[in-house]
Write a protein that binds this ligand. Structure first.
Ligand SMILES: [Zn+2]
Length: 511
């Protein structure tokens, strides 16, 4: 007695087809699962037999062999409980499912001991690839039905108990396919707003440039200056996520098991891991690779506060994802790639005590201490940051001055124009000024003669590297775009030069 059920497993963000074969034969009564299962799958024999018993089915008094094929594919987690249980019921002839139906259907789900079907990780990426795998239908936990229903052209059958599923498969009950109730919130209402931040005009302006050209940014300033408060409001001046972005980011959350409370990620994520985070926590890892913070920030913002406190080795691994917009995690038997395209925001104190250059509090750090502290900064990583800006503590007068602070909506108005200009400029090549190659910088950053004089002087005075020079040009391109100016003029270039404050600071302290 034999049966074959189809299931799938996510590897990275891709789904791979898994055939669940069940064989019942005479011999010693036992229950085996073969085909490279991890411990969760091995333990599933107990769960499955108890769940079957509590749903009114007695496990056949035979030798049960389950094979998960292909054998060389790593299979993780508990989502094979349901296909294995269905395979046993089919092989034991408790139920009889038509061949065509089985061919067209993927089964996923974890079983509770009482037979109820529990939420699983990774339903969305599997649904996403299901049509490509030649399937028309997915039967999965009801808790996962909404996320899977995002995929058009696929029948989603959500079930909450094994006995309910059996009734459905036996045509004794009807389960209506789940329809997607995707609600995308295109308004900024409910989001944090820049109007809640007092003063800090220069930082707000820098963030406007950051959002317009997707430039990574670094804040330098004393503790309590409001660096985190500012960074948290960045999503409010970025365009709403489009369908593709929602899908891509939600897939990552699905794999991490983070979609349980909401069906999709519809707002740009803001991730701010603590500096004690491990390397695997930040970029992803584990025996069966799981996405890290940088992938959870996909299409959103990664904010690293107290940047110098992160372990150097942890910081260094950010280089590859910042350059490629994804992260490759290699394991002995497989390499997994997770998307990781994020706007990078870092913040640091200017010195160990935090108050160097502060107007209110005295800094007692020695020159040597500051130099040692700044040495922790990784040069190659700083190369990925286009804007550097000082954020000063807010003054008493500012707190009490009654003035209307610029709002996110106001900042976004100009950003919208700049995004449109970039779209026309680059076509489908790249999306943002920050991504320009050196060749594109030469092609698109046309300066007036006087602007050229200004950057020439800056090049000499600031001892700019070629890379630093290109960064100033890229940022000035965005500033000109915000101004809707085709050509880059003196004020644009002057403002861009202002955003190299760390370079100056490092220069003064490192020797
Ligand atoms: Zn200090």
């Amino acid at each position: 007695m034999h049966s074959k059920i189809f299931s799938a497993t996510p590897i990275g963000v891709q789904a791979h087809l898994v055939e669940v074969e069940v064989d019942l034969s005479f011999g010693l009564i036992n229950f085996y699962i073969v085909g490279l299962p991890d411990t969760a799958i091995k333990e599933s024999t107990k769960r499955i037999s108890t769940a079957l018993k509590n749903s009114g089915f007695r496990l056949p008094a035979k030798r049960i062999t389950v094979n998960l094929a292909p054998a060389d594919l790593k299979k993780v987690g508990t989502l094979f409980d349901l296909p294995i249980a269905v395979g046993i019921l089919q092989a034991a002839k408790f139920i009889s499912i038509e061949k065509d139906f089985l061919e067209e259907t993927l089964f996923l789900g974890e079983l509770s001991l009482d037979g109820s079907i529990r939420f699983i990780k990774g339903a969305l990426p599997i649904a996403y690839d299901a049509l490509k795998l030649g399937k028309k239908r997915i039967i999965l936990p009801i808790a996962n039905a909404q996320e899977a229903a995002l995929i058009q052209g696929l029948e989603i059958i959500g079930v909450d108990h094994l006995s309910q599923l059996v009734n459905y498969l036996q045509h004794n009950a009807i389960i209506e396919p789940t329809k997607n109730k995707l609600f995308v919130d295109h308004k900024t209402i409910g989001q944090l707003n820049f109007s809640e931040v007092k003063g800090q005009e220069q930082a707000k302006r820098a963030l406007q440039i950051t959002a317009a050209g997707r430039h990574n940014i670094l804040f330098i300033g004393p503790p309590g200056a409001g660096k985190t408060m500012l960074a948290k409001r960045l999503p409010s001046i970025m365009p709403p996520m489009n369908f593709h972005e929602i899908l891509q980011t939600s897939k990552i959350y699905s794999i991490s098991g983070k979609l349980q409370k909401k069906s999709l990620v519809t707002k740009r994520p803001f991730r701010a891991p603590h500096h004690t985070i491990s390397q695997a926590g930040l970029v992803g890892g584990g025996t069966y690779p799981q996405p890290g913070e940088i992938s959870l920030a996909h299409n959103g913002i990664l904010f690293l506060d107290e940047f110098t406190e992160f372990a150097r080795s942890t910081i260094e691994v950010l280089r590859q994802p910042l350059a490629n917009n994804n992260v490759c995690i290699s394991r002995a038997n497989q390499t997994v790639t997770f998307p990781a395209s994020f706007l990078f925001v870092a913040a640091l104190n200017p010195c160990p005590c935090g108050f160097f250059g502060d107007k209110r509090k005295q800094c007692y750090c020695s020159q040597k201490q500051i130099a040692r502290y700044l040495d922790k900064l990784s040069g190659p990583l700083l190369d990925r940051i286009d804007l550097q800006i000082n954020v000063q503590s807010i003054q008493y007068e500012t707190i009490h001055k009654k003035q209307n602070e610029i709002s996110s909506e106001q900042l976004y108005e100009k950003i919208q124009n700049a995004l449109k200009i970039q779209k026309q400029r680059f076509g489908s090549d790249i999306l943002f000024n920050a991504q320009m190659s050196s060749k594109q910088v030469e092609q698109f950053c046309i300066l007036t003669d006087t602007a050229q004089q200004v950057i020439k002087k800056a090049f000499e005075v600031l001892c700019l590297s070629m890379r630093g020079y290109h960064k100033i040009l890229k940022v000035s391109r965005t500033i000109a775009d915000l101004d809707q100016s085709e050509i880059i003029d003196v004020p644009h270039i002057q403002e861009a030069i202002l955003y190299r404050s760390l370079d100056n600071y490092l220069e003064r302290h490192r020797k």
